[in-house]
Design a binder for this molecule. Structure first.
Ligand code: KIV
Ligand code: ZN
Length: 498
């Protein structure tokens, strides 16, 4: 009989902590519903005490989602637990995820405390959370660098206090796979009443070992994995959901199964990437653009003769449909709607009409419309709501000419025009914007990427702009990369000019 592995998705909590990836409540609900359709068991919806926005998102996701357990994060602090319990009041199944750092680094330097005091606080926070809900998960932060004997004492004590799941995070992504697997095995063998709780993995990817560590954790007894879509998360990210799910699907000999509908993986990966403005690296396992692209002649020949010669996964199994109807300027609303549904996005008719108009304009400029293009168009209405908008931009540049940009911005409905020259067309456009928005601001990072391949492609621009010591993130996509650069700059400015 296969063993069931529970999938705990933390895209909306650990994933969303990435600077510049913040979603609004509507976007979070969209992702949560797609996670529900994907079949995850638990959705970590936020850290409610951290901000009113996070609190509201947990409330709204609890209302919107039916089947998965909704989880809220807290520190080992009563106020945090009270607020988390309040945010979960509409959840059909709610879980409080509370915990404290257990490594010497955390005990000495973060808490200026000692092991016995931390043990008491761990027990107390679980008992306190139990007042509100039966389902309490405890995390031993930095368990990866916590001495196993002490960790076993903590785990035993929190299970006795009522924890139903115990999370063993490799918070800093430090462990080697063997070491992490041995840690889970040690707990399985040395903690009394370990069968009263589920052990959970939560691995970060600082040394590129998050997935390997997670797999070792499961092979040694963990039965819950904490993961994110596309592996997003703090610093180098978390373990990626798609990798873990497809590893167990591919390795039947492990006899481990999840509830995930793998054919929804690709659509959700694209949705998260697009909503969070977080590009997926082309060679990313399972969901990267090149994950199933065979470029060498030998490989192409082998795949054509027998797919499995070079492919261990059928791309269709993760929702990549090579035969999908190609979207062009002649495609109707129904084809666009169908493609959006495949990508996990349902639009109301009026929104669909707007996206369809934009789609036709883009299709006039670009022969084949990719999934990323379509998702980009869906996200465009975020720009339409902004206070500062780019009304027009005209640039002259070329060999032997001094680049000059003329620009018109609409600020709260009022028109402002300016012109500037620069050492290139982008520089001229940025200087023209700066001459209207007269604030100190410095571009700290500026990244232009093509989405697909051809010269008619959309360019995506990510920008970091510093203003008064803070960093603001801007994003845009356009077939005109100068316009995309100006729009990304304006997107960042909209975050601090109120
Ligand atoms: O990485 C970590 O330790 C965490 C905990 C808060 C669960 O994210
Ligand atoms: Zn984490």
């Amino acid at each position: 009989m296969p063993e069931r592995l529970f999938v705990f998705d933390t895209t909306l909590r650990d994933g969303e902590q990435v600077p510049g990836c913040q979603l609004n409540s509507i976007e979070k609900i969209q992702v949560a519903k797609a996670l529900e359709a994907l079949g995850v068991d638990v959705i970590e919806a936020g850290f409610p005490v951290s901000s009113p926005g996070d609190f509201n998102s947990v409330v709204e996701i609890s209302r919107a989602v039916t089947w998965p357990t909704i989880c809220a994060l807290t520190r080992a602090v009563e106020k945090d637990i009270d607020v988390a319990a309040e945010s979960l009041k509409y959840a059909k199944r709610g879980r409080i995820h509370t915990g404290i750092g257990t490594s010497d680094y955390h005990i000495r330097y973060k808490f200026n405390s000692n092991q016995e005091e931390i043990l008491e606080r761990a027990i107390a926070c679980v008992k306190y959370a139990k007042r509100y809900t039966e389902d309490v998960e405890f995390y031993a932060e930095d368990a990866g660098r916590t001495d196993n004997e002490y960790l076993a004492r903590i785990v035993e004590a929190v299970i006795k206090a009522g924890a139903t799941v115990v999370n063993i995070p490799d918070t800093t992504g430090y462990c080697l796979p063997d070491e992490y697997g041995a840690k889970i095995r040690y707990l399985m063998e040395n903690v009394n009443a370990i069968d009263k709780a589920v052990l959970s993995t939560h691995c970060h990817n600082d040394l590129g070992m998050a997935t390997a560590n997670t797999i070792q954790g499961v092979l040694n007894g963990a039965r819950q994995v904490e993961v994110t879509i596309n592996g997003i998360g703090e610093r180098a990210g978390n373990t990626s959901l798609e990798e873990v799910v497809m590893i167990f699907k591919s390795h039947k000999e492990t006899d481990i199964v999840t509830n995930v509908n793998a054919n929804r993986i690709y659509g959700l990966s694209r949705m998260v990437s697009s909503l969070m403005n977080m590009p997926v690296q082309p060679n990313k396992a399972i969901v990267g653009r090149n994950a199933f692209a065979h470029s060498s002649g030998i490989h192409q020949d082998g795949v054509l003769k027998h797919r499995e010669s070079y492919e261990i996964i059928d791309p269709k199994d993760v929702g990549i449909d090579d035969n999908a109807i190609v979207l062009t300027a002649r495609s109707g609303r129904a084809a666009l709607k169908h493609r959006l549904q495949l990508l996990g996005t349902e639009l109301e008719q009026d929104k669909l009409d707007v996206v369809y108009d934009d789609f036709l304009k883009l299709a006039d400029r670009k022969k084949n419309i990719t999934d990323d293009d379509v998702l980009m168009l869906v996200g465009k209405d975020r720009a339409a709501m902004q206070r500062i908008k780019l009304e027009y931009l005209q640039v002259t540049s070329g060999i032997g000419l001094k680049p000059v940009a003329s620009i018109c911005l609409l600020i709260a409905g009022e028109r402002f025009e300016a012109a500037a020259s620069g050492n290139g067309p982008v520089d001229a456009a940025i200087k023209a914007v700066k001459s209207i928005i007269n604030r100190s601001m410095t571009i700290r990072e500026f990244l232009i990427q093509a989405i697909d391949k051809g010269s008619d492609d959309m360019g995506k621009v990510h920008m970091q702009v510093e203003h008064n010591g803070n960093i603001y993130y801007g994003f845009s996509a356009n077939t005109d990369i100068i316009a995309a650069s100006a729009e990304a700059f304006i997107d960042a400015i909209n975050k601090f000019v109120k």
